[in-house]
Design a protein around this ligand. Structure first.
Ligand code: 2BA
Length: 108
C-alpha cells in the first residue's frame, strides 16, 4: 500500500477530486499553504494499492497540466483611484507529488 501526497493548485483541485473519486480512489482534500509564496494550495491524500499508484499519478498529470494564463496586475499610479491594469503571463497548474510506503492500513 502507498500514500500519494499531491500538492496542487486550488483551481485544479475540484476536477482532480472528481476524477479520482470517479475512478474509485479514496481521496482526502486538505487546505494547505505553500511556504515560499505563502498562498493557498490544496493537498490531496490518496491511499492506494501499490500497483495502482501509476494510475493515480497519470490522472494528476492529466488534470494538473502546467499551462500559461494571462492575468492583469494593477499597480497603483499616483492617486489611489488611478489603476492601470497590465496583462502579465503567469504559469499555473502542475503538481508536487510524494509517494510514501504505508506500513499498516486499517479501517476500524
Ligand atoms: P512548486 O515547486 O511547484 O511547488 C508548489 C508547492 O508545492 C509549494 O508552494 C509547496 O506548497 C509544495 N512543495 C514543493 N516542494 C515541496 C517539498 N520539497 N516539500 C513540501 N512541499 C513542497 P510554495 O512553497 O508556495 O512554492 C511555490 C513555487 O515557488 C514553487 O512551485 C517554486 O516554483 C517556487 N519556489 C519555491 N521555493 C522557492 C525558492 N526557495 N526559491 C525560488 N523559488 C521557489
Amino acid at each position: 500500500m502507498k500514500l500519494v501526497i499531491a500538492i496542487v493548485h486550488d483551481e485544479d483541485s475540484h476536477k482532480l477530486v472528481d476524477k479520482l473519486t470517479k475512478e474509485n480512489f479514496g481521496v482526502t482534500k486538505l487546505a494547505s499553504t505553500g511556504g515560499f509564496l505563502k498562498s493557498g494550495n490544496t493537498t490531496l491524500l490518496v491511499g492506494v494499492e501499490k500497483e495502482k499508484t501509476g494510475k493515480v499519478i497519470e490522472i494528476i498529470r492529466e488534470v494538473c497540466k502546467v499551462r500559461k494564463e494571462i492575468t492583469t496586475a494593477a499597480p497603483m499610479i499616483g492617486e489611489s483611484s488611478n489603476y492601470i491594469p497590465i496583462p502579465i503571463e503567469v504559469v499555473v497548474g502542475g503538481a508536487t507529488i510524494f509517494v510514501v510506503d504505508i506500513e499498516r492500513f486499517e479501517k476500524v
